[in-house]
Design a protein around this ligand. Structure first.
Ligand code: BTN
Length: 326
């Protein structure tokens, strides 16, 4: 794992499980002065970590706020690559924009860029993405899979299936469904969006940037008025708040395992999982594309993730990009 000193310190305090660690010991281990340790302790306190100094014994972590610091995610991480490097920020314009910069600087496969707040979150079709501070998961995962560029869209479906399974694993009471192409719904309302971007040469992917926005701990009142009837969050549906760092680690776990499975065994197993979780397949839908409105029964998706709709005349039409009403 690659961490900043503040994260290393936080990891040590978390691992200590409420036992004090001496400032001198930490200073020796990190090869810095006790004052340097104290400065990092102060930063953690400003971020909401409650730390006490026990005389002659050292620092004790008494309680931790709901934050997604790298060290917090790492305590739950079960992956080999994804999340080994995590860049965690307080407030950014968009993790997607930052991730492009990390790719230019040669970011490793599996690097995660995550923020507590986005001031200019980007959705699909150039829409803005509402990213309330401290309540959601706003992250971009940089992947470098060995697949040709035309297969990149399938990775969005890998991500959707991964998020659905992470939700089911941690919160079995929930029944997440995927609405084509990649919205995840809880009780019919959107709680997750995925935006995949690609940096590629003609025949080779340099990097995939999987942008994931998940509403986690918002109350319905936290959303702007216009979203009140169409958006929801994990906690609004569960009736309790959840640990975002633990949830992120689970999403990364499934993303690595389904991503590897896809690269190794092809799209069929992922397609089957996607269709199983789909709210769209088998339903009557109305698809508004840039050119036309297609109504009919959604019968499946193709290998390329194209939605197939059977119209009243029996014709099957493929939809590449559209707004879907169920
Ligand atoms: C959608 O329109 O449904 C896709 C929304 C994707 C939002 C995520 S939040 C993290 C990442 N950074 C962004 O600016 N957008 C994506």
């Amino acid at each position: 794992m690659t961490f900043s000193m503040k994260d290393e310190l936080l990891a040590r305090l978390l691992r200590a499980g409420g036992e004090p660690i001496s400032g001198q010991q930490l200073a020796n281990d990190f090869g810095v002065s006790r004052t340097a340790i104290w400065k990092h302790i102060q930063v953690l306190q400003e971020e909401g970590y409650i730390l006490e100094t026990v005389k002659k014994k050292g620092y004790v972590l008494k309680s931790a706020p709901d934050r997604m610091d790298a060290a917090r995610i790492q305590t739950h991480l079960e992956t080999e690559r994804i999340g080994q490097v995590i860049h965690h920020f307080g407030s950014v314009d968009s993790t997607q924009i930052l991730a492009h910069g990390f790719v230019r600087d040669g970011a490793a496969d599996g690097t995660v860029v995550i923020a507590e707040e986005q001031t200019a979150g980007r959705g699909r079709m150039l829409r803005p993405w509402e990213s309330t501070a401290g309540k959601g998961v706003w992250m971009t995962v940089i992947l470098k899979p060995d697949i040709p560029p035309h297969q990149a869209p399938q990775f969005t479906l890998v991500a959707a299936v991964s998020i659905v399974n992470a939700m089911k694993a941690l919160y079995p009471e929930l029944e997440p469904e995927i609405k084509w192409p990649n919205d995840i719904l809880l009780n019919g309302r959107k709680c997750t969006g995925i935006l995949t971007e690609m940096v590629a040469e003609a025949d080779r992917i340099q990097a995939l940037l999987i942008g994931i926005g998940i509403n986690v701990n918002q109350k319905i009142e936290d959303f702007p008025q216009e979203l009140h009837t169409i958006a929801t969050s994990i906690s609004a549906e569960l009736g309790r708040e959840v640990d975002r760092a633990e949830f992120v680690a689970k999403v990364l776990y499934y993303l690595e395992s389904y991503g590897d499975q896809y690269v190794k065994n092809g799209f069929s197993p992922i397609k089957a999982l996607w269709e199983k979780a789909s709210a769209t397949i088998g339903r009557h839908v109305r698809a508004t594309t840039l050119r036309e409105v297609i109504e009919g029964v959604a019968v499946g998706i193709t290998e390329a993730g194209v939605l197939e709709i059977k119209t009243a005349s029996g014709e099957v039409k493929g939809v590449y990009s559209a707004d879907i009403e169920l």
